[in-house]
Ligand binder design. Structure first.
Ligand SMILES: Cc1ncc(COP(=O)(O)O)c(C=O)c1O
Length: 288
C-alpha cells in the first residue's frame, strides 16, 4: 500500500472479536477521568449491570470483571468447583478444550465429551455421559464454539436437561451473547459468561459473569482472591468494584449499552445474523 493512501483507509476488524467499536463509544472511554470509589462512578456500574442483565435473559445483575473472557472462565471454575469434582466438558473446539484445561488446572476430574471440530453433538450423547458417570456435578459448555463457528443448540438441550440434572450448568456465551438470544432463567443456566469485545462492540478487557440466584448457595469451598465472585457481587451492589475499576472500559460499555437499550433483542440478533450471512456469502463468492 502506498504511504499516501494508508492514513485514509479505515482498519476493519473482520474477526469474531475484538469487533469494531463506534467512535462515540471510544470518546466515552477517553473521557474517563473518574475515581472508582467516588459517588460519581456509582451510576455507571449500576446502569451497566442493569442494562447487561437482559442479554443474559436473567433477573440477576451480571458481575463485571476486569479481565478477558478467559478470566471469567477461570472465575467460574474457581468459584463453582471443588478439587476432585467430576465435571463434564463439551469439547468441540479450542474453547471447549480451554474449559477442560482450566478445570484440570483446578484439580477437577474432567470427563470430556469430544466432538469432531465443526460439529455439535446431540442431546442423547450428553444424557449418556451423565448416565455412565453419575458422579458428574457440573457441566461446562460453550453456546457458540468460536473456533469452529458452531452454535450448540442449547435452547433445545437445556430446558430438557434442567429437570434431569441437579448439578450446575455453566455456559460460556462469550461469542454468543447478542448474536443469539440467551435465556438463562428460562433454560435453567446457573452461570453464564460473556466479554466486552464480542457482540457488545466494546474494546477488550471486561468480562461478565451472571450467576443464577440459586447457584450462589452452591459455591466452592476452596476460596478465591482476585476472582472472588461473592466479594465482587457485594462491591458491585454498592456501585463499585472490589479492585480498581477499568473506568475507561466501563464508560465505553455504558455508552454502548445505553444505545443498545433502544433496540429489541430480536433487532440486535437479526443485525448479527445479517452481518454473519453477508460475511459468509462474501467468503464463498471469493473462493477458497
Ligand atoms: C467462546 C469463547 N470462549 C472464550 C474465549 C476467550 O476469551 P478471551 O480471548 O477474551 O480470553 C473466546 C475468545 O475468542 C471465545 O470466543
Amino acid at each position: 500500500m502506498s504511504q499516501l493512501l494508508s492514513p485514509f483507509l479505515k482498519a476493519r476488524l473482520l474477526t469474531p472479536g475484538p469487533t469494531p467499536s463506534p467512535e462515540w463509544a471510544k470518546l466515552a472511554a477517553a473521557s474517563a477521568d473518574i475515581y472508582h470509589r467516588s459517588p460519581a462512578f456509582v451510576p455507571y456500574i449500576k446502569r451497566c449491570q442493569m442494562n447487561l442483565a437482559r442479554y443474559f435473559g436473567s433477573k440477576q445483575h451480571p458481575i463485571i470483571l476486569t479481565s478477558s473472557g478467559t478470566g471469567a472462565m477461570e472465575a467460574a471454575v474457581l468459584n463453582f468447583t471443588d478439587p476432585e469434582d467430576e465435571v463434564l466438558v463439551l469439547v468441540a473446539g479450542k474453547f471447549g478444550e480451554r474449559w477442560a484445561q482450566i478445570a484440570d488446572t483446578f484439580q477437577c476430574k474432567v470427563h470430556s465429551l469430544k466432538v469432531e471440530w465443526g460439529n455439535t453433538t446431540d442431546f442423547e450423547a450428553i444424557l449418556e455421559q451423565l448416565k455412565l458417570k453419575p458422579g458428574i456435578t457440573k457441566i461446562f459448555l460453550q453456546a457458540t464454539e468460536t473456533s469452529t463457528g458452531v452454535f450448540h443448540p442449547i435452547d433445545q438441550w437445556l430446558p430438557k436437561l434442567r429437570p434431569l440434572f441437579t448439578g450446575l450448568i455453566i455456559v460460556d456465551a462469550i461469542s454468543a451473547l447478542l448474536a443469539h438470544s440467551i435465556k438463562m432463567d428460562e433454560w435453567g443456566i446457573d452461570v453464564c459468561l460473556a466479554a466486552s469485545q464480542k457482540g457488545f462492540g466494546v474494546a477488550p478487557g471486561l468480562a461478565f459473569v451472571c450467576v443464577a440466584e440459586a447457584a450462589w448457595n452452591k459455591m466452592s469451598k476452596r476460596g478465591a482472591y482476585y476472582f472472588n465472585l461473592q466479594k465482587e457481587r457485594e462491591a458491585q451492589c454498592q456501585g463499585t468494584t472490589s479492585w480498581t475499576s477499568a473506568t475507561t472500559l466501563i464508560k465505553e460499555l455504558d455508552a454502548v449499552l445505553e444505545y443498545l437499550a433502544e433496540f429489541q433483542i430480536e433487532e440486535i440478533t437479526n443485525h448479527h445474523r445479517v452481518l454473519a450471512s453477508g460475511n459468509s456469502r462474501s467468503y464463498k463468492s471469493n473462493g477458497p
